[in-house]
Design a protein around this ligand. Structure first.
Ligand SMILES: [Fe+2]
Length: 377
């Protein structure tokens, strides 16, 4: 899709652009000066802003506007005789919401939400060798994570080194109090957390007590000799969407009430808070946060508290419905990676031995790889 300017109308405070495909948008003069794409306004190498935003006179006006390049750009001459500003039609259209914004994640591969009746089958997967050997395999892995919220990788060496090699193909591991890479097994007593046990784990997101919870979580299965212990995934965005349609009052409550999370052990006291459903500036859901194990005590006025328990309970009811679960029995050679802002993860109880080696990835690092390698491959 291409944006083309049909005509313009210069007013006292705004420039109106009429688009060749129909419709029009309005741009304040100061905004146009601030968003110039010419060399004086924007560094052509780094795309960092060169305009001194804070020196722009709020009364600045465009005194002459020329449409150039057959409707693909415009040039504005200014009332204060500052150098003329050039902007592309594409930038104008993006900012007005007519084209995907440049930071949009994988616009050609929309997310597919899944729940009872629409569970991904077969489970999205890529081969370790493909991820390792080229950007096309890495891109396929990244797109699986974006589209489904998770991916399995097969043929991964069941070693610490194999885990590190796979993880760092995507991005550096994210450092937390658990280190950068960590071993997960009931035999370990490194941390007194429910994850280090054999019991059933209710689906949850990790790091509700970190302000920037990891975007991705990855486990490589090093050893399994026992019964049970399947990894459980739930698409919390699918649940949120269903709640938005079926119980909008509960959706609104979970978008508004700020819930604290905490993690305590000797010498550590982590704490952060956010609503279970967090949105971007356009109202799109961007992060689900849910971990009842790690919820910190909080008290609201009685009517708010009642609304919270009802909404939180409704979310939990849906997240605990096994029809909405994808159960993945991980075995040596298999790695599971999932979006910790979208999918809840849990674990069935087990007997025997189960050893995982894993890490987190930072959200921004993952998104950067998705925009570059994921889009190009
Ligand atoms: Fe967890």
């Amino acid at each position: 899709m291409q944006a083309k300017i049909e005509s313009i109308d210069a007013g006292a405070e705004l420039l109106t652009v009429d688009w060749a495909g129909g419709g029009s948008d309005h741009y304040p003069w100061t905004w146009l000066r601030d968003h110039g794409e010419d060399e004086a306004s924007l560094d052509p190498g780094t795309l960092q802003r060169r305009v001194d935003t804070f020196a722009i006179d709020p009364g600045l006006r465009g005194i002459d506007v020329q449409v150039a390049g057959n409707g693909e750009a415009l040039t504005v001459a200014w009332s204060d005789n500052s150098p003329a500003t050039t902007l592309s039609a594409a930038r104008l259209a993006e900012c007005a919401g007519r084209l995907p914004e440049e930071g949009t994640l994988s616009p050609d591969h929309p997310r597919l939400y899944w729940a009872a009746g629409s569970l991904p089958d077969p489970v999205p997967n890529v081969a370790f060798e493909a991820v390792r050997s080229g950007d096309s395999g890495l891109g396929a892995w990244l797109r699986n994570i974006h589209v489904y919220g998770f991916s399995v990788v097969t043929g991964v060496p069941a070693t610490d080194e194999g885990t590190v090699e796979l993880a760092t193909r995507l991005a550096p591991a994210k450092q937390t109090i658990f280190g950068d890479f960590w071993r997960l097994s009931a035999e370990l007593a490194d941390h007194g957390d429910t994850a280090y046990s054999t019991q059933y784990l209710d689906p949850h997101t990790d790091s509700t007590y970190y302000h920037d919870a990891p975007g991705l979580q990855m486990f490589n299965c090093l050893e399994f000799d026992g019964k049970g212990g399947e990894s459980v995934l739930v698409d919390a965005f699918a649940i949120a969407r269903a709640m938005h349609e079926e119980t909008p009052e509960h959706y609104e409550t979970l978008s508004r009430v700020v819930v604290p999370g905490r993690y305590l052990e000797p010498g550590v006291h982590l704490r952060a808070e956010r609503p279970p459903f967090r949105h971007d500036r356009e109202g799109n859901l961007v992060q689900v946060t849910f971990n009842n194990y790690d919820r910190a005590p909080f008290l609201l006025p009685a009517d708010e508290m009642a609304a919270f328990y009802a909404a939180y309970g409704e979310f939990h009811r849906r997240a605990s419905d096994q029809d909405n679960w994808l159960k993945i029995p991980l075995r040596p050679g298999m790695t599971l990676i999932f979006d910790n802002w979208r999918c809840l993860h849990g674990r069935m109880g087990y007997v025997g031995k189960r050893v995982f080696y894993g890490c987190y990835h930072d959200r921004a690092d993952y998104e950067s790889r998705l925009r570059t390698v994921g889009a190009a491959a």
